[in-house]
Design a protein around this ligand. Structure first.
Ligand code: PGA
Length: 246
């Protein structure tokens, strides 16, 4: 299975998200290309709209960019896993480096959130990735394996978890696209360490139509997690075509 997904991060209004979802529904139709599993992660304000616009039974999964470990309570500013699911999310992104960097997300909080997501039937999409100094020191594989092991813990029920290997130095406007050779060892290390416990290992960080096929060709890569290049729906559709071999 090739998972192709995008997070809108903190972009798009409800109307913009709805227009994106409507175009996606029209282009993808009732069945995704064979072997391809698309997912879209809008801002929390637009999860409900995107899920409704895609419609029940859509092959495109909808996700949340984060959710709390508690089922409810005095956690101002947070949404819970049940609330994310109630809005239409089937998947929840956890531990993105922007959340680890700016919002004090740690391996321990990611772990609690993975447990909560599984308890509520959401697919956890756990982001792991090393910063530039760790990469330069040759520590990428050890770093991401430690993050993945921390997120999964000793649980036996992690079979739906998706991992996204996202080197911090490759993400966003300040990022440098990673080469297939650079991601091969960390991906292989993740597969060796936890490959039999998760549903897939995705790659993310400056993915674009120009490098998507090469990155998908790295052994052990089960999909791509995309930011900027998929924020226009035509970019996302192009990536779905590439994943489908078209
Ligand atoms: P980018 O973002 O594709 O814009 O580099 C990737 C991500 O943060 O997941």
């Amino acid at each position: 299975m090739r998972w192709i997904g995008t997070s809108f991060k903190m972009t798009k209004t409800i109307a913009e998200s709805a227009a994106y979802a409507a175009r996606l529904r029209e282009a993808v139709g009732p069945e995704a290309p064979a072997g391809v599993r698309p997912f879209v992660i809008p801002p929390a304000t637009a999860i409900d709209t995107v899920a409704r616009t895609l419609g029940a039974g859509s092959p495109v999964l909808v996700g949340a960019q984060n959710a709390h470990w508690a089922d409810g309570g005095p956690w101002t500013g947070e949404i819970s896993m049940p609330q994310a699911a109630d809005a239409g999310a089937a998947l929840v992104e956890l531990g993105h480096s922007e959340r680890r960097t700016h919002f004090a997300e740690t391996d321990a909080t990611v772990r609690r959130k993975v447990r909560a997501a599984l308890r509520h039937g959401l697919i956890p999409l756990v982001c792991v990735g090393e910063d530039a100094p760790t990469f330069a020191a040759g520590g990428s594989a050890d770093h991401v394996v430690a993050q993945a092991l921390a997120a999964l813990g000793g649980s036996a029920d992690t079979g739906t978890v998706l991992l996204a290997y996202e080197p911090v130095w490759a993400i966003g406007d300040a990022g440098r696209p990673a080469t297939p050779a650079e991601i091969a060892a960390p991906v292989a290390a993740l597969r060796d360490a936890v490959g039999d416990r998760v549903a897939g290992v995705l790659y993310g960080g400056s993915v674009a139509p120009e490098n998507a096929a090469d990155l998908l060709g790295v052994p052990g890569v089960d999909g791509l997690f995309v930011g900027r290049a998929a924020w226009r729906v035509e970019g996302f559709l192009r990536l779905l075509d590439i994943a489908a071999g078209r």
